[in-house]
Design a protein around this ligand. Structure first.
Ligand code: ADP
Ligand code: MG
Length: 689
């Protein structure tokens, strides 16, 4: 692949060189790499192994155990086709301590010639039990007769990859990039006290390991995690500094619409809601873009706060976009706005994926010309080039579902004057300072009065019978019930069947009531229709996968049963439980589990039973899981942090403001090196206004 030939003509390669300069990377590979965000040679250094295998040791056959992945060296003494399956071969490998059957699939004709009795081979593969004995399945192998092969000196790294790039290619390219390691810029090192390794040492150690990274406290991993977190932090701070210097037209309004709405509400805003609304209105009246995060526990009434902001902006003649993480939530939000705002003569539109052209066209047109003043939707609002006449305020609900990096990218891409984000995930102060460095934070630290704390019961699923009794009583009293079957990602189909089975069972058990089913695989309009029926009260019992996790608001639902609650994390359980206890009736959440309970699961359910306070639960969650996962950095499915996603990085977060300050007061270029390295070129400037 163009490796050979006129070597002299090849220009010198540096870490800053475009990737195709590297020997062995032609146009096809370079475009594949670029799609993965690897554009310069240096980027290869930060493409870190997802796992390692130990192929250094040669095992004796008698020491092998089922489930191991092991290397064995020996001589082929026999090979035959598996009579049952013609594509399979079975070879017998012999070494001093015994013989080992090796099962092979699809031996290509050229390869077949190497697998003949008398040949000596090195084989690496999984050891399994087969018919009472051990065998190795589908190994990687090398002939010991060609002199090239050497037993690896380090653990064998496995890199995140994609179709068309082989692990061996990664290993070869990265080995070449590692030769340029002395060139690696390391502006952070000057700010770190001695025990910290240099960046080059850390990079080298992750690609060429002598021992498994035994835990997250590995100093080399931490060095990279720190730099990555700092890069994100710096980018957020930059973003903030920039918005501070941007001028926008202040939104001025007397507050008539908001006052009119308040008069119609059956309740009064809480002090906490009022305080946050005041903060927002102040922000909006300034000539600089608002960047505000509202934290408030589940049920604290964030929607109303968002509506106050929306009315303020609309009264001043501007457009508002409200974004929710899923179509269900966007739909629900739109309906709620409609209910509250229609009587004020204010209309809101919705843009949804399932709308036909005929329905969408007038809305798009209205947004472009300014006749539509408020719109709800998902991220698609900003992805499909929707044009606005004078968009002044963007509200993001349930921000924790989007992730920090997604928010930052949205800000870079879309021109957003004022931004308000709402989250139910309470974030400890150090985390907030590090990861929301671009935002001001308001907290709704009070629930509306009259809320009864949800009683939480933990039950083994063997007590289902007794539980069904309880369901009967609730239904008879006119209450509605959620029945949640958690969805585990890898087993979506399996779980779906579990939900369908529960649905069938409950339908049978409660023939006099209407039971509905909602899950992630249904088309959006089916989901929306089922949710709407439940909300309107025409469904009594709703069986759901975790699609109902956030934001759904049905005050008459007073009982929630969560099957297999032992599988869910604390944050998710808290979100789910927040769906009940919204009205003034006393509500119950039943956490069903399937015994035996693991220690961690037991601890989680215990926390749920003892506390309904989102902050307490978040704190516990953080202790048990670590901040990366906690912040939803990974939840969105799009991988945002490469290193700093595992447990225990909270200590690192505390270092960020100090380090950022140090770096910002020095050479500006240093900061850019980090931001570019970890966030890529897309981290460049946001445009506002
Ligand atoms: P969340 O903060 O979880 O988004 P919501 O905005 O969905 O909470 O509000 C939960 C429920 O509380 C809704 O039914 C809403 O109408 C109601 N609510 C909001 N503010 C108040 C208040 N000040 N007093 C009583 N109920 C309120
Ligand atoms: Mg909400």
């Amino acid at each position: 692949m163009g490796d050979s030939g006129n070597r002299q003509a090849r220009p010198a390669v540096h870490l800053s060189s475009p990737i195709e300069r590297l020997q062995g990377i032609g146009p096809i590979m370079s475009s594949r790499l670029r799609e993965m965000g690897i554009g310069r040679v240096e980027d290869l250094l930060f493409h870190l192994p997802a796992r390692y295998q130990d192929r250094r040791k040669i095992w004796r056959v008698r020491d092998l155990r089922p489930g191991m992945e092991a290397a064995v060296q020996g001589e082929i003494v026999q090979i035959s086709r598996n009579p049952g399956r013609r594509e399979q071969w079975l070879a017998i490998l012999r070494e001093d301590s015994g013989t080992l059957p090796v099962r092979l699939f699809h031996l290509a004709p050229g390869v077949r010639q190497q697998w003949i009795p008398g040949r000596r081979l090195w084989c690496f593969g999984e050891i399994r039990v087969f018919r009472g004995g051990l065998e190795m399945v589908h190994p990687e192998w090398h002939s010991l007769e060609d002199g090239d092969f050497q037993v690896p000196e380090f653990l064998t790294p496995f890199y995140p990859s994609r179709d068309g790039i082989h692990q061996n290619q990664w290993r070869r390219w990265i080995a070449r990039a590692l030769q340029l390691l002395p060139e690696l810029e390391d502006p952070l090192q000057a700010f770190l006290p001695p025990p910290w390794p240099s960046l080059a040492q850390a990079v080298l150690s992750l690609h060429q390991r002598n021992h498994e990274p035994s835990d997250v406290r590995d100093p080399f991993r931490e060095r990279l995690a720190l730099e990555e977190l700092l890069a994100h932090h710096l980018a957020l701070r930059r973003e903030r500094a920039r918005t501070g210097s941007v001028r926008v037209l202040p939104l001025s309004a007397e507050g008539h619409l908001w006052q009119a709405l308040q008069k119609r509400l059956p309740f009064r805003v809480t002090m906490a809601q009022q305080r946050v609304i005041d903060e927002i209105v102040q922000d909006l009246s300034r000539p600089h873009p608002m960047r505000r995060l509202v934290q408030g526990d589940v049920g604290s009434g964030k929607t109303l706060v968002a509506v106050a902001a929306l009315l303020h902006a609309m009264e001043s003649g501007a457009q508002v976009a409200v974004m929710a993480p899923t179509e269900i939530l966007a739909g629900q939000l739109a309906r709620r706005l409609q209910e509250w705002l229609a009587p004020l003569g204010v209309s809101t539109a919705i843009l949804a994926g399932n709308q036909g052209r005929q329905e969408r066209q007038p809305i798009l047109e209205g947004l472009r010309t300014g006749t539509v003043a408020a719109v709800c939707g998902t991220q698609a609002l900003f992805q499909e080039g929707v044009e606005f006449a004078n968009l002044a305020l963007v509200i993001i609900d349930e921000q924790h579902r989007f992730g920090v990096e997604q928010r930052r990218r949205l800000l870079v891409k879309a021109r957003i004057p004022h931004l308000l984000v709402m989250t139910a995930t309470p974030i400890p102060r150090t985390l907030a300072m590090a990861l929301h460095a671009d935002l001001d934070v308001s907290v709704i630290d009070e629930l509306p009065p009259g809320r009864q704390p949800v009683e939480t019961v933990v039950l083994p699923d063997s007590r289902r019978e007794a539980l069904l009794e309880r369901l009967h009583r609730r239904l008879a009293a006119g209450h509605q019930i959620y029945w949640v079957c958690p969805l585990i990602e890898e087993q979506e189909l399996l779980q779906l069947r579990a939900a369908e089975a529960s649905f069938a069972e409950l339908q049978e058990l409660f023939p006099e009531y209407r039971v509905g089913l909602v899950h992630g695989r249904q088309p959006a309009e089916v989901k929306a229709a089922v949710m709407e029926e439940f909300r309107a009260g025409s469904l009594h019992l709703l069986v759901a996968t975790t699609v109902i996790e956030v934001g759904v608001d049905v005050p008459n639902a007073s009982l929630m049963v969560i099957e297999h609650s032992e599988r869910l994390g604390l944050a998710q359980l808290h979100q789910l439980r927040g769906r009940v206890g919204r009205g003034s009736v006393r509500s119950t959440c039943v956490l069903l589990y399937h015994p035996p309970l693991g220690l961690r699961a037991k601890e989680r359910l215990q926390v749920m039973r003892e506390s309904t306070d989102g902050f307490v639960i978040a704190r516990k969650d953080l202790e048990m899981r670590g901040p990366g996962e906690f912040l939803g950095v990974r939840q969105s499915g799009d991988r945002q942090m490469r290193v700093a996603d595992s447990v225990g990085d909270e200590d690192l977060l505390e270092l960020l403001p100090g380090l950022a300050h140090g770096m910002e007061s020095g050479d500006r270029g240093a900061e850019s090196v980090l931001v570019r390295r970890w966030l890529g070129d897309s981290a460049e400037y946001a445009e506002i206004g």
